[in-house]
Design a protein around this ligand. Structure first.
Ligand code: G6P
Length: 372
């Protein structure tokens, strides 16, 4: 009913709007007054966490994209090797697991069969399993050694939005916590990131207030057949997520690529006026990455692409090459997905509406897939 949707036309719109709160709620009580993380709820002892020599993340769909982003954070902040794998692939390839492997299973519903089978397999090999889950008491957390709940609240729309942002928050918390427990050399950076993380829900709120041009742009592209998405570093999984949303909701051919891979194939796809969404990294910090993305944008534009660039406010270098510029607030590089994903959700939702598709219940999809 309209009341359940809180005045929005679709649950998806309501859930997109709820993201600042979902992010804040997922941080609530997990950062103490001194700016340290308190994750006592993770019932794996600090002694055990210090022994971990590998992290393996398993998940499906949008949760898998959260896992891909987590890898950048975990390896950077903790120096523990981290693999991310689709749960359906992981289970059947005889992966190397032992008691020093921490397996992180990410699932909004806690009922995805592929993820459940992957975690059962991991526990049989003696690995510890930490679930990141949005549904209290569901099967995946019940069968895990520990759980870090995301506090997105119930997510009704099939296409995941607020659950994804809170999965990212939970992944950062796990990465930072592992760093904190193991006393990595990134101590200062970790403290600074925890401070930035506690302000991030306001930044998500700011992004939401600037989405009208994105909706307008989406409507103008409703007759297109293909949209490509490019990114580097954590912008690459964001590109994959942007493409997934468009497939799910707009039923358009959409693909995400690592921008550096363009020249190894995807650039052949570029045609006159084809929309290409590019997630640009911050021009501060890792500026090498930024220089590279600017040349990637020039390359595709020279071949006729219509460039839609998501870039940090005040990014002067990309502006001349962006046919459409979508500005997002400055954040530390690793946290950028929390703000960069939001315009892509709005874009896909608006395209679905413009194409007359059912937003909350896309064809052929289920909210939670309980068969293998
Ligand atoms: C289904 C949903 C996706 C979701 C995936 C994983 O395919 O349609 O939105 O990302 O399952 O679900 P989970 O509940 O495990 O996060």
């Amino acid at each position: 009913s309209a009341a359940e949707k809180g005045g929005y036309d679709y649950f998806m719109l309501k859930e997109i709007a709820e993201q600042p709160k979902a992010v804040a709620d997922t941080l609530l009580g997990r950062i103490d007054a001194a700016g340290s993380l308190t994750l006592d709820e993770v019932r794996i002892s600090t002694a055990e966490l210090r022994e971990i020599d590998k992290v393996v993340i398993v998940a499906c769909g949008t949760a898998f994209h959260a896992g891909l982003i987590a890898k950048y954070a975990i390896e950077h902040w903790t120096r523990i090797p981290c693999e991310v794998e689709l749960a359906s692939e992981f289970r059947y390839r005889d992966p190397i697991l032992d008691p020093r492997t921490l397996v992180v299973a990410i699932s909004q519903s806690g009922e995805t069969m592929d993820t459940l089978m992957a975690l059962r397999h991991a526990r049989e090999q003696g690995s510890k399993v930490l679930a990141i889950c949005n549904t209290n008491g569901s099967t995946i957390p019940r069968e895990s050694d520990a759980v870090l709940y995301t506090h997105a609240g119930p997510e009704v729309a099939v296409a995941s939005t607020k659950a994804f942002l809170t999965q990212l928050v939970a992944c950062y918390l796990v990465a930072l916590y592992l760093g904190q427990v193991r006393g990595t050399k990134w101590g200062d950076e970790i403290r600074a990131v925890i401070r930035d993380l506690s302000k991030i829900s306001q930044e998500v709120e700011r992004v939401l207030k600037t989405m009208e041009p994105v909706r307008e742009l989406a409507r103008s592209l409703s007759a297109k057949n293909t949209v490509l998405f490019l990114g580097r570093h954590v912008g690459y999984p964001v590109a994959l997520e942007g493409a997934l949303k468009l497939k799910e909701l707009a039923y358009m051919h959409a693909e995400g690529f690592a921008a550096g891979e363009l020249k190894h194939g995807p650039i052949a796809l570029i045609e006159e006026d084809m929309p290409v969404v590019v997630v640009a990294p911050s021009p501060r910090g890792r500026s090498v990455l930024h220089d590279k993305i600017v040349s990637n944008i020039q390359e595709i534009r020279a071949r006729g692409a219509r460039t839609i660039v998501i870039a940090e406010e005040g990014d002067e270098a990309v502006a001349p090459y962006a046919d459409h510029l979508i500005s997002i607030p400055a954040t530390p590089t690793l946290l950028q997905p929390l703000v960069a994903t939001v315009p892509l959700q709005v874009f896909a939702c608006e395209l679905a509406t413009a194409r007359g598709n059912e937003v909350d219940q896309p064809r052929n999809l289920a909210k939670s897939v309980t068969v293998e």
